[in-house]
Write a protein that binds this ligand. Structure first.
Ligand code: GDP
Ligand code: ZN
Length: 315
C-alpha cells in the first residue's frame, strides 16, 4: 500500500469576509467505520473524515470531495457520481449501498464447502445488476481429484462461454496466484463467496503487508484498532484494489424486480427486447425470444433453471 501518514498543510485563500477558505480536495474512501471514514487523498495520504449531512450514504470505494478541518482530519463535502454500486437488502424492502465504483466481483468457491452453482449464479446476477464484471475463482485446487476437476471444468465452461474469466487457485500449494493477480491488476474488485472457501487466505497471500496496512489505518482512523468488520479498500501490489469485509463477503442478492431479473443474466441480453410482450418473464410465454434461444441451445439449461428459481423468489 502506498498510503502513508504525514502532517499536511494546504494554502488557503480567503472568502469575502476574510476567513480562510478551505479548498475542496479530491479523495477516495478506503475505510468506512460508520460515521467515520478514512479518505486517501491524491498523494496517498490518509485523512480521518466525517461526512457532512445530506450528501447521502458514503461507502468504501466512493470518490469524494473533502476539506481539511485539522491535522489529518477533514469533512467530506461532496459525493461524486458512482460508476457502479453494490447494494444489500436491509430486510425491510429497502437497499443499502455496500461499496462503490467496483469493476468486478471476485466470486470465490471451492469443493470444501461444496461447490454451489446456484450461488455462483446469484453472484453473477448481483454483479450484472450492479453493472460490474465477475471473475470466478475455484480455490483449494490441491484438493481436486481428476474427476472433480473434469466436472468443474464442464461447469466453468458455461461461465467462460458467456465471458466470465474462471481460474483455479491453491493458496496452500501457491498455484494460480499469478494468474489471479493478473485478473485483478488495474481494477477495483470485491471478494465474495461462502465462508470457508479460503477468502482470508487468498487476501493474505495477495497482501503480504496486510499487518502494516491495518496498522496505518488504525492510526489514521483514530479507532485504536482497525476492526476487521470494517469494509476496507486495499491497494494491491499488482496494481488495482481489493475491497474486502466480512459483511460484504457473504452478502445476499437483494430483492430484484421480476422484470429486471433477466438483465442479471448476461447471455439473455441479445434477446431481451425481442420478446413479443414487453413485460415477458421468459417462462414459456408466446413469442419469447429467450425461450427460443434456450431451445436453440444458445442458453444453458442449468442457468435458465437458476433464472426460474430466482424468478420464483422475486414474484
Ligand atoms: P474464508 O472463510 O473464506 O475466509 O476461508 P479461510 O481463508 O479462513 O480458509 C478456510 C480454511 O481453508 C482454512 O483452514 C484454510 O487453511 C483452508 N484453505 C485455504 N486455502 C486453501 C487451499 O488452497 N487449499 C487447502 N487445502 N486449504 C485451504
Ligand atoms: Zn421472453
Amino acid at each position: 500500500m502506498c498510503a502513508q501518514q504525514a502532517p499536511r498543510k494546504h494554502k488557503h485563500s480567503t472568502d469575502p469576509s476574510g476567513n480562510p477558505k478551505k479548498p475542496d480536495l479530491p479523495g477516495l474512501v478506503i475505510v468506512n467505520y460508520g460515521k467515520n471514514m478514512v479518505v486517501e487523498d491524491a498523494t496517498g495520504m490518509l485523512v480521518n473524515c466525517v461526512s457532512r449531512r445530506n450528501i447521502g450514504q458514503i461507502v468504501c470505494g466512493d470518490r469524494v470531495h473533502w476539506q481539511e478541518t485539522g491535522e489529518n482530519a477533514g469533512v467530506i463535502t461532496a459525493l461524486l457520481p458512482r460508476d457502479t454500486v453494490l447494494q444489500r437488502d436491509t430486510g425491510n424492502g429497502t437497499q443499502r449501498p455496500l461499496a462503490a465504483n467496483i469493476d468486478q466481483l471476485v466470486i470465490e468457491a471451492a469443493t470444501e464447502p461444496a461447490l454451489d452453482s446456484f450461488l455462483l449464479d446469484k453472484y453473477t446476477v448481483a454483479a450484472e445488476l450492479a453493472h460490474a464484471g465477475a471473475v470466478i475463482v475455484i480455490n483449494k485446487a490441491d484438493l481436486l481429484s481428476a474427476q472433480d476437476r473434469q466436472a468443474i471444468d464442464v461447469l466453468l465452461q458455461e461461465y467462460r462461454a458467456i465471458g466470465y474469466p474462471c481460474l483455479y487457485t491453491s493458496v496452500l500449494k501457491n498455484t494460480g496466484i499469478d494468474e489471479f493477480s493478473a485478473q485483478l491488476a488495474g481494477k477495483t474488485s470485491i471478494l465474495v463467496g461462502q465462508s470457508g472457501v479460503g477468502k482470508s487466505s487468498l487476501v493474505k497471500r495477495l497482501l503480504p503487508d496486510l499487518d502494516i496496512t491495518t496498522g496505518r489505518l488504525s492510526v489514521a482512523s483514530g479507532q485504536g484498532k482497525h476492526t476487521t468488520t470494517a469494509t476496507t479498500l486495499y491497494h494491491l501490489p499488482c496494481g488495482g484494489a481489493l475491497i474486502d469485509s466480512p459483511g460484504v463477503r457473504d452478502f445476499k442478492l437483494g430483492s430484484v424486480e421480476s422484470v429486471r431479473l433477466g438483465g442479471g443474466f448476461r447471455e439473455f441480453h441479445p434477446f431481451l427486447g425481442q420478446c413479443r410482450f414487453n413485460d415477458c418473464l421468459h417462462r414459456g410465454e408466446p413469442g419469447c425470444a429467450v425461450t427460443a434461444a434456450l431451445e436453440q441451445g444458445r442458453i444453458s439449461k442449468r442457468r435458465m433453471q437458476s433464472y426460474r428459481l430466482l424468478l420464483e423468489m422475486c414474484l
